[in-house]
Write a new protein. Structure first.
Length: 345
């Protein structure tokens, strides 16, 4: 008697489910088409034509990132769409800070057992993020790895590539430049290990009423990272922008100095904006100091634009017209790092 041999499915890997996922997400990827795409999903690699995208002598800029432990909230609530947008935003917002236009995006989705509906929801969110950023979703990898992840768990990574014309970098930051903050849409995708600890301390569940706005606590914390792409790119092309700082892990305190040359620092007036309710709740519930908040969270400012002081008023009006909430935060001074006046409100 011949025994039936083992199959890959017996080992926990369902190739058919992976193929079904590719077919299911093709319409979502198609939504992200833009000039420069050469071929769609399914090949061994993805092709992109920089000439067709309108570049003459391009310099490529690449970025990679993840969503961190915000994924745990998505998994525990069963709401998966927004983390795909987060993944795109965390990568393309960094590209823009280098002066680059995002062109295309690839994702990596890893899990122990592929749940088709969950994976499709995540990747459809990635496609939505790409549409908002004006870049194409041209490929990715779905890895089913039994034994590597607990049931229901998964991980995400994203990879974005952008381009800029050679020699068209932003002007140097100068003493006297002014700081324009662009409002965030909440916690975005950093600091969630601390957020989850505060929620645990509060005794609230993800389905509890949110303490600072309507809806559930889980839904409020899953608000996706704001995409700062089209409006900053337009501002850069119009002139007057000397640097951009994406406020991610490390908060205002650690991220703004990354774009400042030696010998220059920044002064920020903390009374210039009202800290959103989510941060007020986290600070109060966690008993966190102002300094801890400023080096952990964006505190309501998701991107900082360093601008020529003579062009700041026009830039502020332009940002308002494009749906951003700009806030005049302070200025560039001689010194090092970030110094604060006033207090978070």
């Amino acid at each position: 008697m011949i025994k039936n041999g083992l199959t890959y499915a017996d080992a926990g890997v369902d190739i058919d489910a992976g193929n079904a996922l590719v077919e299911r997400i093709k319409p979502a990827a198609k939504r992200t088409d833009r000039a420069g795409i050469v071929a769609g999903l399914g090949g061994f690699g993805a092709l992109f034509d920089l000439k067709a995208a309108g570049f003459d002598d391009p310099v490529l800029v690449a970025a990679t990132d993840g969503v961190g432990t915000k994924l745990k909230i998505a998994i525990e609530t069963g709401h998966f769409e927004s983390v795909g947008i987060d993944l795109v935003a965390m990568c393309v917002n960094d590209l823009v800070c280098q002066g680059a236009e995002p062109l295309f995006f690839l994702d990596y989705f890893a899990t122990g057992k592929l749940e088709l509906d969950h994976a499709a929801a995540v990747i459809e969110g990635i496609a939505e993020g790409c549409v908002r950023a004006g870049c194409a979703l041209i490929g990715g990898e779905t890895a089913e790895m039994p034994g590597m992840y607990a049931p229901g768990d998964f991980d995400l990574a994203g990879f974005a590539v952008g381009a800029m014309e050679r020699g068209q970098s932003m002007p140097a930051v100068q003493k006297g430049d002014e700081l324009i903050g662009l409002a965030s849409d909440g916690v975005h995708s950093n600091g969630f290990s601390l957020v989850r600890r505060v929620v645990e301390k509060s005794g609230l569940g993800w389905d509890a009423d949110c303490p600072w706005q309507k809806g559930t606590l889980g839904d409020a914390l899953l608000a996706p990272t704001r995409l700062y792409v089209k409006t900053p790119l337009m501002a850069m092309r119009g002139g007057g922008v000397h640097a951009l700082a994406h406020i991610t892990g490390g908060g205002l305190t650690e991220n703004l100095p990354r774009v400042l040359p030696g010998g220059l620092g920044a002064e920020i007036d903390l009374a210039a904006w009202a800290m959103p309710g989510v941060f007020q709740w986290l600070a109060a519930e966690g008993g966190m100091s102002e300094a801890e908040m400023l080096k952990t969270f964006n505190c309501g400012i998701g991107m900082i634009v360093v601008a020529n002081k003579d062009q700041t008023p026009a830039l502020i009006e332009s940002f308002k017209a494009q749906g951003e909430t700009p806030i005049q935060l302070g200025r560039i001074v001689e010194g090092k790092g970030v110094t604060y006046s006033g207090h978070l409100l």
